[in-house]
Design a binder for this molecule. Structure first.
Ligand SMILES: *Cc1c(COP(=O)(O)O)cnc(C)c1O
Length: 373
């Protein structure tokens, strides 16, 4: 379903780290990975972290967001995009997604802004990206901050600018399922020095950067990655274009194998978007009424792993009881039209063409069986 491409380079770097990245060399691989990653995103600073979730948590804290504030998130995303809003005691507000990009709808976001809105967390979903220029214009006009959740989009571009270039702070995930992995891990990128300073203190138990006397100035968090993870990340980053090419090749195989299959549509391909296709995803034509809950178990019986398109957050037991979720269920028609029929297909980086062809044969069979049932 999802998994990395590991070569001798990764093994060599991690081996070197476990041997040498101690004592005064403890941060050599962190520095290499962070500098390379900041450069890739065209940002001044990058901070390596244990996860993307911790990155979004720090981003909200650095912006001073807390109790009584509202933060807008797209309704259709992984819960990690929104859980940090709850951690800081702010109220998540669920915006609809756009039918073309699957990312947050700028119109929906605009209408949900209130005097309490401090920020929006915008997600580059499944490697797609929203119209960042429109979002930036709205954010500037309405005086809110944009945080980018680029967990699924390393290597994607919007109008030639890379994912990670668009948020006041932008967060990435290097979980084992992501395009670039460190096993578990994350990165926050930022340009503003004051925000960086807040992030550096909050991620290290409230210590001033450079503190050697262990004098904690506030209560913070402990959000770091190990040198072995950073070494793995540094190796993967050197291979990033190869990894993205592989994702795009897998998508192209699916597009060719499913050519002429009118029952499904594939990931967004809108002008200005260079999609890194973290997961090739099909939407079964909603009019057919064939839901993901029917397709996925049927594929499993045929030996094919698949995942559901994220459920709207407003439909998850975790958030369903909130007033904001109730509003979202009444208003977010695109999220509700797309997500029941979306299926992520196997997209691991070691997939071969004949495996993709097999998945597509099984998928076609499965849909025709369910359509005539
Ligand atoms: C994977 C993912 C995250 C969380 O990443 P972790 O590193 O597991 O914390 C956040 N947002 C999205 C959209 C993701 O897909």
């Amino acid at each position: 379903m999802a998994g990395p491409s590991i070569t001798q380079k990764e093994i060599d770097y991690v081996t070197e780290a476990v041997r040498s990245a101690w004592f005064s060399n403890a941060n050599v691989f962190h520095d290499r990975f962070e500098q390379g990653f900041a450069a890739h995103c065209g940002r001044r600073y990058a901070v390596s972290l244990p996860s993307c979730t911790s990155g979004l948590h720090l981003a909200l804290l650095a912006l001073g967001i807390g109790a009584g504030d509202e933060v807008i998130v797209p309704d259709a995303t992984w819960i990690a995009s929104v859980a940090p809003v709850s951690y800081v005691g702010a109220v998540p507000v669920f915006a609809d997604i756009d039918a073309q990009t699957w990312c947050v709808s700028p119109e929906s976001l605009d209408t949900l802004i209130t005097p309490r809105t401090k920020a929006a967390i915008v997600v580059d979903l499944y490697g797609s990206m929203p119209d960042w220029d429109r979002l930036a214009a709205i954010a500037q006009r309405r005086g809110i901050a944009l945080i980018e959740d680029a967990a699924e989009a390393v290597g994607s571009r919007w109008r030639e600018r890379p994912a990670g270039a668009f948020g006041e702070l932008s967060a990435f995930s290097f979980h084992g399922s992501k395009t670039l992995t460190t096993g578990e891990g994350g990165m926050l990128v930022v340009d503003d020095e004051r925000l960086l300073d807040r992030v550096m203190r909050l991620r290290d138990h409230g210590r001033k950067p450079g503190d050697v006397m262990f004098r904690n100035e506030e209560i913070g968090f402990k959000y770091k990655m190990s040198a072995m993870q950073a070494a793995l990340g540094a190796a993967q980053l050197e291979r990033l274009s190869e990894l993205v090419d592989a994702k795009r090749r897998i998508f192209k195989w699916y597009a060719e194998e499913l050519d002429g299959c009118d029952e499904v549509t594939l990931n967004p391909d809108v002008p200005g978007l260079y999609n890194s296709y973290w997961m090739t995803t099909v939407i079964v034509r909603p009019e057919l009424g064939i839901r993901k809950e029917a397709v996925i178990p049927e594929l499993k019986r045929q030996g094919i792993d698949a995942r559901p398109f994220f459920y709207p957050l407003s439909a998850l037991p975790a958030y369903a009881d909130t007033a904001q979720a109730e509003l979202a269920r009444a208003g977010n028609l695109v999220s509700q039209r797309i997500t029941p029929y979306g299926i992520n297909l196997p997209s691991g980086l070691t997939l071969e063409r004949d495996q993709v062809a097999l998945v597509c044969r099984r998928l076609r069979d499965c849909i025709s069986a369910l359509a005539s049932a």
